[in-house]
Design a protein around this ligand. Structure first.
Ligand SMILES: Nc1nc2c(ncn2[C@@H]2O[C@H](COP(=O)(O)OP(=O)(O)O[C@H]3O[C@H](CO)[C@@H](O)[C@H](O)[C@@H]3O)[C@@H](O)[C@H]2O)c(=O)[nH]1
Length: 247
């Protein structure tokens, strides 16, 4: 089935590490969308809190198709996404949505994101906090707000992506885009993964669109943001400039 078809096959790829409270709620919200041909692929890195078992339970209890890719150790958000996206492509997805499990990303934006993908020439659609109409929850910690703003300025200054939310983790992809940018060879692991994916799109002469979303602070569980992740994010834009991607 091609992505131009009436009912594209949509796979929502959700990386999880210690998200046992959040995952069932997320799957419930995705179910409530009542979108045709929408399924969920959970990529769990052996979460010590048993998220993998919760995900397995959802494969039989949920009202929408749920499958699980179990990996043995915590290997970073980027590695989890690459593995999940490749699996989704192998299984015939026309559109791949990537989103966090922690309910930060509003499920109700997915129909708008998919519609934009279908009705425009955009190669990928970002759920964006920084376009008009977008927002960040008031209770998102001030240091995260500052870091996010700074990261956007930094990344755009170096890579000239010309997107308002360069580190966004909520995206709807055409399967064809993911093949064109060769997702299997994406090396960045932490949040820099988001930046490298955007950079590949731009360097292949493709277009990124943004639709406004409100980003919520998670209620359960904790962020996996670490100093190592931040250092990688600082280094990656310079590495990408030297990489020759898209040439
Ligand atoms: N499988 C797996 N999942 C992981 C790992 N690290 C994080 N995750 C999962 O990836 C999602 C995002 O991780 P968080 O740690 O909650 O991210 P965040 O700090 O809220 O950051 C979010 O916003 C950033 C921009 O502000 C984004 O850049 C980032 O990708 C993410 O969307 C969650 O579902 C989390 O369980 C890992 O090593 N392995």
């Amino acid at each position: 089935m091609s992505e131009a078809s009436a009912d594209p096959r949509i796979t929502v790829v959700v990386p999880t590490y210690n998200e046992r409270e959040n995952l069932p709620k997320l799957v419930g919200m995705l179910t409530d969308l009542q979108m045709k041909n929408l399924g969920v692929l959970v990529v769990d890195d052996g979460s010590p809190d048993g998220t993998g078992d919760v995900a397995d339970g959802l494969t039989t209890s949920a009202a929408i198709p749920v499958s699980v890719l179990h990996r043995t150790t915590k290997d970073g958000l980027g590695r989890a996404y690459v593995a999940g996206i490749l699996r989704a492509l192998e299984e015939g997805a026309d559109i791949v949505v990537q989103m966090d499990a922690d309910l930060s990303h509003p499920c109700e934006a997915i129909p708008r994101m998919v519609q934009r993908l279908e009705e425009s020439d955009a190669a990928v659609v970002l759920g964006s906090r920084y376009v008009p109409g977008g927002a960040v929850a008031e209770d998102w910690p001030w240091h995260r707000k500052a870091l996010s703003k700074w990261a956007n300025l930094y990344v755009n200054a170096i890579l000239r992506l010309k997107v308002k939310d360069a580190t966004a983790g909520f995206k709807a992809w055409r399967a064809s885009t993911l093949r064109t940018i060769d997702v299997a060879s994406v090396g960045s692991n932490g949040y820099a993964f988001q930046v490298e994916m955007n950079y590949r799109v731009i360097k292949h002469g493709l277009r990124i669109a943004e639709v406004p979303i409100r980003f919520e602070e998670r209620v359960d569980g904790t962020s996996k943001m670490s100093l190592a992740v931040q250092l990688e994010s600082a280094a990656v834009p310079w590495k990408l400039l030297r990489s020759g991607i898209g040439k």
